[in-house]
Design a protein around this ligand. Structure first.
Ligand SMILES: Nc1nc2c(ncn2[C@@H]2O[C@H](COP(=O)(O)OP(=O)(O)OP(=O)(O)O)[C@@H](O)[C@H]2O)c(=O)[nH]1
Ligand SMILES: C=C(OP(=O)(O)O)C(=O)O
Length: 206
């Protein structure tokens, strides 16, 4: 598992509009959960042994300040409303700042993520030009890691299939890395796995 050779790129939508599929929980709770998921996700990524740096991409200025205090590098979106192009630009910035590293895009809604789960998947990813981890539903993608020259993510609708069709290799991962939270039911799944402290507080479990 040795070698801090990955820069983890974490895209984060502005909290005012993030996690719209949790709107039924009320605006305050939607926002609190969206923030808690980000904080638990980056806490795990920062602690992973294979990770040289965590580069968060966000236009949320208040959250950016919090994340910088935690030890993340933060850049604004390169373009508006185009997650994949924003990630490509962030990958270029990552390789410029940390030469010799590989970019890996990680979704920001993984409150059960552990450093060990991320290390294990990135270790498997290392042997492939492009590697992905599917979300718990088997339709989306939680992690996309690629050599810089091949870095061309296709996050969005049915992204697992889109990534595989473009030649990515799917790597095994623990549930902690696959359980993204898009809906209230997904939150139940993450709670069963065990969530990080921010999400535990936001759900009243801490
Ligand atoms: N920086 C940035 N991050 C984005 C953007 N769109 C989505 N993301 C992030 O990309 C990941 C997947 O996002 P989505 O599923 O599209 O959005 P979400 O906020 O998680 O959930 P919904 O609003 O319910 O779709 C999450 O980490 C988002 O925060 C964007 O335009 N800019
Ligand atoms: C954008 C994606 O995430 P979500 O499952 O959160 O929509 C995706 O899986 O490609």
């Amino acid at each position: 598992m040795s070698g801090e050779d990955f820069v983890v790129l974490v895209p984060v939508k502005r909290l005012a509009v993030a996690k719209s599929r949790l709107a039924a929980l009320g605006d305050e709770q939607r926002r609190a959960l969206a923030e808690a998921f980000v904080l638990d996700t980056v806490t795990a990524a920062l602690a992973a042994e294979t990770v040289r740096a965590v580069l968060v991409v966000t236009d949320d200025h208040r959250l950016a300040a919090t994340l910088a205090r935690m030890g993340c590098a933060v850049v604004p979106d390169g373009v508006s409303d185009d997650l994949n192009q924003t990630l490509r630009l962030a990958a270029a910035e990552a390789v410029r700042r940390w030469p010799g590293t590989r970019p890996a895009a990680l979704c920001a809604d993984l409150p059960a993520l552990t450093p060990e789960a991320l290390d294990e998947a990135l270790t498997h990813a290392r042997g492939n030009e492009v590697a992905v981890v599917a979300d718990a539903a088997g339709r989306g993608t939680t992690l996309y890691a690629a050599a810089y020259d091949a870095f061309s993510p296709r996050f969005g609708h049915e992204s697992r299939e889109a990534h595989l069709a473009a030649g990515a290799v799917e790597v095994d991962a623990r549930p902690a890395l696959r359980q993204d939270v898009d809906s209230p039911a997904d939150l139940g799944g993450a709670m069963l796995l065990g969530v990080g402290p921010h999400t535990a507080r936001a759900t009243g479990r801490a």
